[in-house]
Design a protein around this ligand. Structure first.
Ligand code: GDP
Ligand code: MG
Length: 691
């Protein structure tokens, strides 16, 4: 009987040769629960042992005594009047050993989990149908177990009695069909248990004759041509044990069983690593199922491929479970917005490594290549999951850095040139961004930093352009403000009290005002060109454009001031002032006292001439070389080049202040006004002399 709490035997393959898929899975689940309850990990080894031999040779009885299992024995079957055929499975982690003492009721000695397969059936020679089952059962047992117990009576040895050797021949043949060609897998131990070994013939000579028989059988096999030289020992290890007669030598039988049990628990005893299937316990059911399916359908059973298929399926399943668990932990732990870099990196690293560790724990015992392949897949998927988080974090960081850049660049207290500082700030934030990305990458949380850095660089470039534009706008605004005041004041001051060379002075002032505002941006003048650099990192072309904008602005101001100011009425009053100054005041600015009309007429003539000396310069802007002043910028940009209203080309419009009819009008008014002045003066003499 199995120890308390352990599952009982179950039928793995029934009479109809059906594999009990669901039942075996739940059977293994029970075992796993036992393992979990005892806190034994997935790493702990497990073993598969099968038994083979003629019917009623005491196989089930031996297994039950040795492994504390509960297989049906013939005695029990007889009671139920039935014989069953099939393969039974029982789990144990107890073996009868010498350490148990004489007490039969003992629960045995602890051993790793062993799954025992008991093959039941009638002897193969009897019916064709049974031969088929026997073959398939042997194939299955070889495919899935580490140790095959071959159970035989002592008296059968040497007799070459049909049954036993036919059975072994079957085992060898199916083995060759499995491994005869290229693929070599783990060896299987053939453990010959000689029953009713009375002891007269020593075990050694029994082993010898058995070995001889085995070799004979082996040599008579039809081997594939490419493995004629292959030896029995390439596939099998052989071991022989004798057991006394269960009923006639009860005590000896018990002791023999105990000694056999010792070998099952001894380190490097019966179970050797080279016998083990390359599958962890969780994969065994699927592997066995799939092996049986191939066998049952008479397909070629290629074990390495089977193991890889199982490994694929299982590691994939484990991968998905681990990933699901990972997503859950991830959602619980990762809060990008609230985490700083170190906390985020720590949390990501931890969730990642704990996921990979979980995977390793469950999957590392499967086929190494498959396990590693899927580990990479898992790693990739975790990486994919991290992408948006890291992107989000980097985006926040990017926004913060760009804000800092904008604020610091405009800092009014900054030292050094704008562009030097901007460049320094720019490389500073690019560096910080790139270091952060590298931190994620060096912790294996990010595959590459290149794309992220590139993208950020583009953003920074745009922001920097923007900051430069704002700075240049600010500079322009300041310059324009100064220029507009200065040009207006200076020009009106000159024009309101003009001389014949007034335009020379206007232009001198005009150019001086531009120079004063631009002097600090002037580059070392080379011989043929004067360049400007506004110190905001513009290209020389952009600097030129900016300079042109300033000139254009200055000219428009000048043009507006001149044209607004020099209206006919203003010109009349300028002429009039000039006349009056000359007419009424002497060179010392004292009012002239008239003595007679002739004196008035003379003064009038001189004053009028004096006033009209500047009339021409107020009608048309010309320098002292008599050259019309033409702006060096196109003030009428976008308009037609010819102005229909004034009849002049736009370029000339600046200089042309009064047209002919306006001139007439000004002169007429001027004359009227000075005539009034003269009459007033003459009247004052008359009044003075008559009183
Ligand atoms: P299985 O068909 O090979 O599983 O054989 P069983 O375990 O059912 O036993 C068949 C019969 O052999 C039963 O009646 C057992 O009592 C008997 N038997 C079991 N062990 C021994 C043994 O060591 N020697 C002898 N002579 N008979 C045994
Ligand atoms: Mg049996």
């Amino acid at each position: 009987m199995g120890a308390a709490g352990e599952p009982h035997a179950m039928q793995l393959i029934d009479e109809q040769k059906r594999f009990a898929r669901n039942e075996v899975v739940s059977y293994f689940d029970e075992v796993r629960k036992l393992r979990d309850a005892a806190d034994r990990g997935v790493d702990e080894p497990y073993h598969i042992v099968s038994v083979f031999g003629s019917q009623s040779s005491g196989k089930s009885t031996l297994l039950n005594v040795l492994f504390h299992t509960a297989f049906d024995t013939m005695d029990a079957q007889l009671k139920r009047q039935q014989t069953t055929r099939g393969i039974w499975l029982a789990h144990t982690n107890r073996v009868t050993t010498t350490a148990d003492g004489d007490d039969e009721a003992t629960s045995g000695t602890r051993c790793p989990d062993i799954f025992v397969l008991d093959v039941e059936g009638s002897d193969g020679s009897e019916r064709g149908e049974d031969q088929d089952f026997e073959r398939k059962a042997a194939l299955f047992a070889l495919a899935v177990s580490e140790v095959l117990i071959v159970n035989i009576w002592e008296q059968q040895i040497g007799l070459y009695q049909g049954n036993n050797m036919a059975l072994l021949k079957t085992v060898f043949e199916v083995n060759l069909s499995l491994f005869g060609t290229s693929q070599r897998k783990n060896k299987v131990l053939l453990l010959f248990v000689i029953r009713d070994h009375v002891g007269i013939t020593p075990l050694e000579s029994l082993s010898e004759s058995l070995t001889k028989e085995l070799k004979k059988v082996w040599s008579t096999l039809n081997k594939p041509t490419d493995c004629q030289d292959i030896s029995l020992y390439d596939f099998f290890d052989l071991q022989f044990v004798g057991l006394a007669h269960k009923f006639l030598q009860q005590e000896k039988f018990t002791k023999d069983v105990q000694e056999l049990g010792d070998q099952f628990v001894a380190p490097n005893g019966i179970f050797k690593p080279q016998y083990h299937q390359q599958l962890p316990m969780d994969g065994w059911c699927m592997y066995a199922d799939s092996c049986w399916e191939q066998i049952e359908n008479n397909k070629d059973l290629d074990l390495p491929t089977q193991q890889i298929l199982v490994a694929r399926f299982k590691t994939n399943e484990i991968l998905n479970e681990c990933l699901e668990q990972h997503f859950q932990t991830f959602n619980e732990r990762i809060e990008t917005k609230k985490m700083d870099k170190l906390a985020l990196i720590d949390a990501l690293r931890e969730t990642k490594s704990s996921c990979l560790e979980d995977y390793d724990k469950l999957a590392s015992h499967y086929n190494k290549k498959v396990y590693l392949e899927n580990k990479e897949v898992l790693d990739d998927k975790i990486g994919d999951n991290f992408v948006p988080v890291i992107d989000g974090f980097m985006e926040q960081l990017g926004i913060k850095l760009l804000n800092n850049l904008t604020v610091s660049a405009k800092d009014p207290l900054r030292e050094g040139s704008f562009i030097d500082r901007l460049t320094e700030l720019q490389s500073g934030i690019l560096e910080e961004y790139s270091i952060t990305l590298s931190d994620f990458q060096s912790c294996n949380l990010l595959r590459s930093t290149e794309e992220g850095n590139e993208r950020f660089k583009e953003f920074v470039e745009l922001t920097v352009q923007d900051i430069k534009q704002q700075e240049i706008k600010y500079i322009l605004k300041k310059i324009k403000k100064n220029l507009s005041f200065q040009i207006k004041d200076d020009t009106i001051a000159l024009l309101s009290n003009p001389t014949e060379s007034v335009w020379d002075h206007v232009m001198q002032k005009f150019n001086a005002n531009i120079d004063v505002n631009l002097v600090k941006y002037r580059k070392d003048a080379s011989e043929d060109s004067v360049g400007y650099d506004f110190q905001v990192g513009l290209t020389s072309e952009e600097n030129d454009i900016t300079y042109q904008q300033i000139r254009f602005f200055a000219w428009s101001i000048l043009s507006n001031v001149v044209h607004d100011y020099l209206k006919p009425d203003t010109i009349v009053s300028i002429l009039r002032d000039r006349f009056e100054n000359k007419f009424r005041y002497d060179d010392n600015d004292s009012p002239i006292m008239w003595k007679n009309e002739a004196q008035i007429d003379e003064s009038f003539r001189i004053a009028k001439e004096h006033a009209l000396e500047v009339f021409n310069v107020l009608c048309i802007a010309k320098d002292s070389n008599n050259v019309e002043i033409v702006p060096d910028v196109d003030l009428a940009e976008g308009e037609d080049k010819y102005d229909v209203d004034s009849g002049v080309y736009h370029m000339e419009r600046f200089a042309h202040l009064l047209n002919e009819s306006e001139k007439e009008k000004v002169l007429k008014q001027f004359r009227r006004q000075i005539n009034v002045s003269v009459i007033d003066s003459k009247r004052s003499i008359i009044t003075a002399t008559t009183h």
